[in-house]
Design a protein around this ligand. Structure first.
Ligand code: MN
Length: 152
């Protein structure tokens, strides 16, 4: 398991310097558990989280798939996904909110759809880890546009 992050490892999660040579596999591929776990990039969440890149791409229209685990109380910054995002909760208790909407609690088995361009955040409840798999496609070389921290 590696610690620290080369931004090139998660180009689709950044909105700077996307490397368009990163592509989805061109044939069936089994991604073995634990082979691609990194600390989440700095500057996009309120504290520590882990990201496991299951499918990476920086090519427009391709899907990216990430398993993420947030430590208790840690939330992403506000952000949006150009082509939307499916977030399927694996473990723990999380909180999600779209801009202008209520904070909603989500648990294992719940699935959240965030619409294209919809400003939102997701994070762990104060006393629980929060683990999920998310799927988000790439547009303009990125699958996420990052904004300011969540306040309050
Ligand atoms: Mn999101």
């Amino acid at each position: 398991m590696r610690h620290g992050l080369d931004p090139a490892e998660l180009p689709f999660m950044r909105d700077d310097g996307a490397d368009e040579t990163v592509r989805v596999p061109d044939a069936m591929a089994v991604i073995r558990a634990g082979k691609a776990i990194t600390r989440g990039p700095a500057g996009i969440a309120s504290g520590p989280f882990w990201a496991e890149t299951l499918v990476a791409s920086a090519r427009d229209g391709d899907p990216t798939v990430v398993r993420a685990t947030f430590e208790p109380g840690v939330a992403s910054h506000w952000h949006s996904h150009p082509l939307g995002q499916v977030l399927y909760v694996l473990t723990g208790v999380g909180r999600v909110q779209r801009d202008g909407g209520p904070i909603e609690e989500v648990r294992s088995g719940d699935c959240v759809w965030f619409a294209p361009g919809e400003r939102h955040w997701h994070g762990a409840a104060p006393h629980s880890l929060f683990g999920y798999v998310s799927i988000q496609a790439v547009q303009g070389g990125t699958a996420a546009h990052w904004m300011e921290p969540v306040v309050g």
